[in-house]
Design a protein around this ligand. Structure first.
Ligand code: NDP
Length: 455
């Protein structure tokens, strides 16, 4: 017990902040958390959760199309964007309430307002009534996340980010998505599935940099076959807004001289740590590239009692990673078990259509790090599609270190890839070999069985 008001003050009640608060309180610490926006952070409100709901909504287009192959005759399907968004909003509000209940149940005090550090142990919080409150804390955790970042080009004020995409009043007939990362690729699939005409513009030769190249190339083919206009090696120079009505309010001027008209332009060109106006300068907290808080393997900043986790540290910006960092931190601070964060062999998925998922090294990374690498692959038409006119093909890949037989990476493009790779992630993380994979009996007929029957 310290003389401070709290043992731990957390700024930001997103995935990382809430988990750290609850776990620290569980270890007996007196904990408070401040949140100025929404409980659950980006993931719950304008990220993973609503995104997945929208992906599920757009997948119905395929289900309806494929149904006739199985003898079903369905009426003409109609889609109501307003109803989807209203239902999604209701679900998010329910989750906000669950987060509030979790904090309450753990005995964590919640301040709903903006928090700023006056010094390493003093936090000032703006209240909803305009008043300000000062509290002290022994340890401070910054878990404020990140915010969409857009390049400064003429007309960028016409662009929306993913934050606004979740609350559009109507589904645009024509959308341009700029950026070839997770968000750009996922939203391109969502809008296309729901019936918009989509153009995705990416500045490099092939989107999803960092994922296995063959998987990325196949995904590009599949997206094109779904009618998405993918433009690689292309940049937007300016956006022209023509005041008026109709769906083509915006005109994009591209660096190849072409123009594209659309009703919405969604910029998904990365996110930046949300460090402004936190009072970090009052404490001398060191910031790195793009303003990220620089931390060590225990998530400690250069100021001994100030810690940071999640996107604000720009290490591996994924919700489950922030939650892992939170649990390590709570153990380090309040369980007497200094626990370093483990960022190795993290499984991840892009909820594109079809989705892709991966754990471990890509073929390119494996070849760069290991002398001899064996690559096993299978490309096949999933059974479900054989009675339909959908020509989509799955791709599975295992990357194996030849000398020890260890599986260095598993990659998949195709329906259920995130579900399948999540299971395989356990084996890959444990250091399974190709022989271990082969020793597992197949579940037939599945797509997942390809991973244990690769020759
Ligand atoms: P990403 O960093 O994944 O991708 C940003 C994209 O924008 C890249 O293709 C990048 O190109 C491009 N880009 C960056 N700057 C510019 C610029 N000035 N002009 C044109 N293009 C530019 O960011 P996202 O916004 O897609 O996602 C943010 C984070 O959210 C991700 O890091 C991810 O960790 C997380 N996320 C995770 C999801 C999941 O787990 N399924 C889903 C959604 C988000 P280049 O490759 O050349 O740098």
């Amino acid at each position: 017990m310290t003389d401070y008001d709290y043992d731990l003050f957390v700024i930001g009640a997103g995935s990382g902040g809430v988990r750290a608060s609850r776990m620290a309180a569980g270890y007996g610490a007196r904990v408070a958390v401040a949140e100025e926006r929404y409980l659950g952070g980006t993931c719950v409100n304008v990220g993973c959760v609503p995104k997945k709901l929208l992906v599920c909504a757009s997948a119905f287009a395929d289900h309806y199309r494929e149904a006739s192959g199985f003898g079903w005759t369905a009426g003409q399907p109609a889609f109501d964007w307003g109803q989807l968004i209203a239902n999604k909003n209701r679900e998010i509000e329910r989750l906000n309430g669950i987060y509030r209940g979790l904090l309450d149940g753990a005995g964590v005090e919640l301040f709903e307002g903006r928090a700023r550090l006056l010094d390493p142990h003093t936090v000032e919080i703006d209240g909803a009534d305009g008043g300000r409150l000062r509290v002290t804390a022994d340890q401070v955790l910054i878990a404020v996340g990140s915010w969409p970042d857009m390049p400064t080009i003429p007309g960028i004020e016409y662009a929306i980010s993913s934050n606004e995409a979740f609350y559009l009043e109507r589904l645009p007939e024509r959308v341009v998505v700029v950026g070839g990362g997770y968000i750009g690729v996922e939203f391109a699939g969502i809008f296309a599935g729901l019936g918009s005409q989509v153009t995705l513009i990416y500045r490099g030769p092939l989107f999803l940099r960092g994922f296995d190249e063959e998987i990325r190339a196949r995904l590009a083919e599949e997206m094109r076959s779904r009618g998405i206009d993918l433009r690689f090696d292309c940049q937007v120079e300016s956006i022209e807004g023509s005041p008026g009505s109709g769906d083509d309010l915006l005109r994009l001027h591209l660096d190849d001289g072409d123009t594209v008209d659309c009703g919405e332009v969604l910029y998904a060109t990365g996110r930046r740590p949300l460090v402004a106006d936190l009072g970090l300068e009052n404490c001398g907290v060191a910031l790195g590239e793009q303003g990220k808080i620089v931390v060590d393997e225990f998530s400690r900043s250069n100021v001994p009692n100030i810690w940071a986790i999640g996107d604000v540290t720009d290490r591996l910006n994924l919700t489950p990673v922030a939650i892992h960092e939170a649990m390590c931190l709570a153990r380090t601070l309040f369980a007497g078990e200094p626990t370093a964060v483990d960022h190795e062999t993290v499984a991840t998925a892009v909820f594109s259509q079809p989705p892709l998922a991966a754990v471990g090294l890509t073929e390119e990374e494996a070849r760069a790090r290991h002398d001899e690498v064996d690559v096993y692959r299978s490309r096949f038409r999933p059974l479900k599609l054989t009675l339909t006119d959908n020509q989509e093909r799955n791709l599975v890949k295992l990357i194996v270190e030849r000398s020890r037989g260890r599986v260095l990476g598993a990659h998949m493009l195709g329906a259920d890839a995130p579900e399948i790779i999540q299971g395989l992630a356990v084996a890959v993380k444990m250091g399974a070999t190709k022989d271990d994979f082969d020793a597992a009996m197949a579940i037939h007929p599945t797509s997942a069985e390809e991973f244990v029957t690769l020759r």
